[in-house]
Design a binder for this molecule. Structure first.
Ligand code: FES
Length: 162
C-alpha cells in the first residue's frame, strides 16, 4: 500500500450507494459494503459518497470513527491483531497491546507512517491455550510478553530493511 495518495475506483462506491434506497437510514450497511470493497474507508471514497448522497462528509467520518469495525487508514503490510478475549485478557493481553502501540508509536486502528504495520484488537483468536496471543498476517504468536513482542516486531522490520 502506498499511503493515502493512491486513487480508487469510485465507480464501485457509486454502485454500492445505488443499491440502497435510503443510504442515510442504512449508513452502517453502506459503510460496511464500502469497507469490504476497498479494504478500508478512503477519504476520497467518503467524499464521493457525501457528494452523491448529500450526507455531510463530517457525518460520514464521524460515524466511521465511532464504530471500531471501520478503518479510515489503509491497513499496513503487516496486520497485527492482538487478542483481548477472556483468556488473553487474564494473561496479559492488555500489556501486549500496550507494547505494540508504544513500540510502533501508533494507536489501535492506525497504521505506521511507513505503511508497514497496522494494529487492532480482537476477541479470541481461537488458540487460548497459547494466551496471550497476537496474530500477524495469519501467523499466531503465543505466550507473549513485552520483550517477545518487541523482538517479533523488530525482526519483521529488520527483514523488510534487509
Ligand atoms: S482469548 Fe485469546 S485466543 Fe482465545
Amino acid at each position: 500500500m502506498k499511503g493515502n495518495m493512491s486513487s480508487h475506483d469510485l465507480g464501485a462506491a457509486d454502485a454500492i450507494v445505488k443499491k440502497y434506497d435510503n443510504p442515510r437510514e442504512t449508513l452502517i450497511a453502506v459503510l460496511q459494503d464500502l469497507q469490504e470493497e476497498y479494504g478500508y474507508l478512503p477519504r476520497e471514497v467518503l467524499e464521493r459518497v457525501s457528494e452523491s448522497t448529500g450526507i455531510a462528509l463530517s457525518h460520514l467520518t464521524g460515524v466511521a470513527s465511532f464504530y471500531a469495525q471501520f478503518r479510515l487508514n489503509p491497513p499496513g503490510k503487516y496486520k497485527i491483531m492482538v487478542c483481548l478475549g477472556t483468556a488473553c485478557h487474564v494473561n496479559g493481553g492488555e500489556r501486549v497491546a500496550d507494547t505494540v502501540a508504544r513500540h510502533l508509536g501508533i494507536a489501535e486502528g492506525e497504521t505506521t507512517q511507513d505503511g508497514l504495520f497496522s494494529f487492532e484488537t480482537v476477541a479470541c483468536l481461537g488458540c487460548c491455550s497459547l494466551s496471550p496471543v497476537m496474530m500477524i498476517n495469519g501467523q499466531v504468536y503465543g505466550k507473549l510478553n513485552a520483550d517477545k513482542v518487541k523482538k517479533i516486531l523488530d525482526d519483521i522490520r529488520g527483514s523488510e530493511n534487509a
